[in-house]
Design a protein around this ligand. Structure first.
Ligand SMILES: [Zn+2]
Length: 84
């Protein structure tokens, strides 16, 4: 499995390359937005040229996490039970 670093600023967790962000930050994305990312991703799997909705949904999900004031990694570990 290929892993990459979570794209949320200040987060250095790794994630599978197929995932948008680490598990902890993904959990911070509002459910309707997460559903949107998934359905847009599925659309893209079927139609390689229809990547626009997926790109937009991913950007919206990342913006939602940033707007929530994604705390630095150290604070996440201390304040939320996100560690596996
Ligand atoms: Zn993260």
């Amino acid at each position: 499995m290929i892993t990459t670093t979570c794209p949320v600023p200040g987060c250095d967790r790794t994630k599978p390359s197929t995932h948008l962000m680490c598990k902890g930050h993904w959990a911070m994305v509002p459910k309707d937005l997460r559903d949107e990312v998934w359905s847009a991703w599925k659309l893209r799997q079927k139609h390689a040229d229809r990547f626009g909705p997926h790109v937009r949904a991913k950007a919206a999900a990342l913006a939602a996490v940033r707007d929530a004031g994604a705390p630095p990694q150290a604070e996440l570990g201390l304040s939320l039970p996100l560690n596996d």
